[in-house]
Design a protein around this ligand. Structure first.
Ligand SMILES: NC(=O)c1ccc[n+]([C@@H]2O[C@H](COP(=O)([O-])OP(=O)(O)OC[C@H]3O[C@@H](n4cnc5c(N)ncnc54)[C@H](O)[C@@H]3O)[C@@H](O)[C@H]2O)c1
Length: 314
């Protein structure tokens, strides 16, 4: 199949591109390198440096006629979405509409849309959270991811454009940048390897930090591959359903590195949810997907990656 991946120079999208190429698919990557890197690009993919908001995107899709569009490009910072809601809407709403218009006009068979199983549910009433839980986003990023899902439904109803939504928990793995907003595994690993002391952000009444559902990027990639041919018109949580506090995460990384150093204490950031954990029964039944990497195994791969990436700096 011909697969067009937006955001394929970024952390997760680049792993999806690698897997698609391994599976023998033809891959086109569209990315404006806002937060992505050329070093992540698979040399066997065709790379088009382009903004998803650009009118030229429609010409590209008309020329390439991809079978599947896997949409990972996004503004991903929750705090930035609160400080600058217009930029978030520009990329995460207007960019999506631009893409969906092009897909509908060119009879793309399916769009895989990446949503958020943390930011969209907000402080969920149901825990672990299922897909039917009433979304109550506490950030502009979460609101716009939710709006994105509604746009997909509309384009399916109006134009017959098929889709599957994947609502990711907290994804971690090699290539996640340590200066981003969602990369606590990378931040802790890089700082500890460099001999620095990371800060553990927490609410005062919960000193072990927030509860998150950490899912390894290779498991997330598998969910994308399955979504190409299953789960039509549905949304699926992609997580592990295992709760992990920031402290537990810190302890696992430092133990694997053989370091015993207390983290510094910091305050929770704007928009930080206290807890987030996803029920994944629907993905098991509907996509035939389930995570296979434990936190220990995933962290071991992140450490290997960072040792290699940092090289002489450690
Ligand atoms: N990392 C997580 O834990 C997580 C959790 C939930 C959902 N997601 C979603 O997964 C997707 C990928 O996230 P990631 O963590 O790999 O982030 P990332 O920043 O590494 O990847 C995003 C990519 O999109 C590109 N991009 C941004 N704006 C663009 C634009 N206007 N035009 C073209 N390309 C543009 C960036 O350059 C980057 O390569 C996003 O949709 C994000 O919202 C991620």
């Amino acid at each position: 199949m011909k697969i067009l991946i937006t955001g394929g120079a970024g952390f997760i999208g680049s792993h999806v591109a690698d897997a698609c190429i391994r599976e023998g698919h033809e891959v086109i990557i569209v990315d404006n390198l806002r937060t992505g890197y050329e070093r992540n690009l698979n040399p066997n993919a065709r790379f088009v440096k382009m903004d998803i908001c650009a009118p030229e995107l429609r010409n590209l899709i008309a020329e390439e006629q991809p079978d599947i569009v896997d949409h990972h490009a996004a503004q991903i910072s929750v705090p930035l979405s609160i400080k600058d809601p217009l930029t978030d809407a520009e990329i995460n709403v207007k960019g999506l509409i631009n893409l969906l218009e092009a897909c509908a006009q060119n009879r793309v068979k399916k769009v895989v849309y990446i949503s958020s199983g943390g930011a969209m549910y907000g402080e969920a009433e149901e825990y672990p959270t299922t897909e039917t839980c009433n979304p109550r986003p506490l950030s502009v990023y979460g609101i716009n991811k939710m709006a994105g899902e509604d746009y997909l439904y509309f384009y399916q109803q109006q134009y017959g454009l098929d889709y599957t939504v994947l609502r990711y928990a907290n994804v971690y793995g090699p290539r996640q940048v340590s200066h981003g907003e969602a990369g606590v595994v990378s931040i802790f690993t890089e700082m500890l390897l460099q001999g620095k002391t990371p800060t553990l952000n927490a609410y005062p009444d919960e000193p072990d930090g927030m509860i998150r559902d950490y899912v390894f990027v290779k498991d997330v990639v598998q969910a994308n591959l399955l979504a190409f041919s299953t789960g039509n018109g549905e949304a699926f949580n992609i997580g592990t359903c295992i709760p992990t506090t920031t402290r537990r995460l810190y302890d696992e990384i430092s133990a694997q590195l053989g370091i015993s150093r207390e983290p510094l204490k910091g305050e929770a950031r704007e928009g930080d949810l206290r807890r987030s954990m996803l029920n994944i029964e629907k993905a098991k039944a509907g996509l035939g997907w389930q995570p296979s990497y434990s936190l220990k195994q995933g962290i071991a791969q992140v450490i290997e990656y960072y040792k290699d990436f940092l090289g002489d700096q450690i």
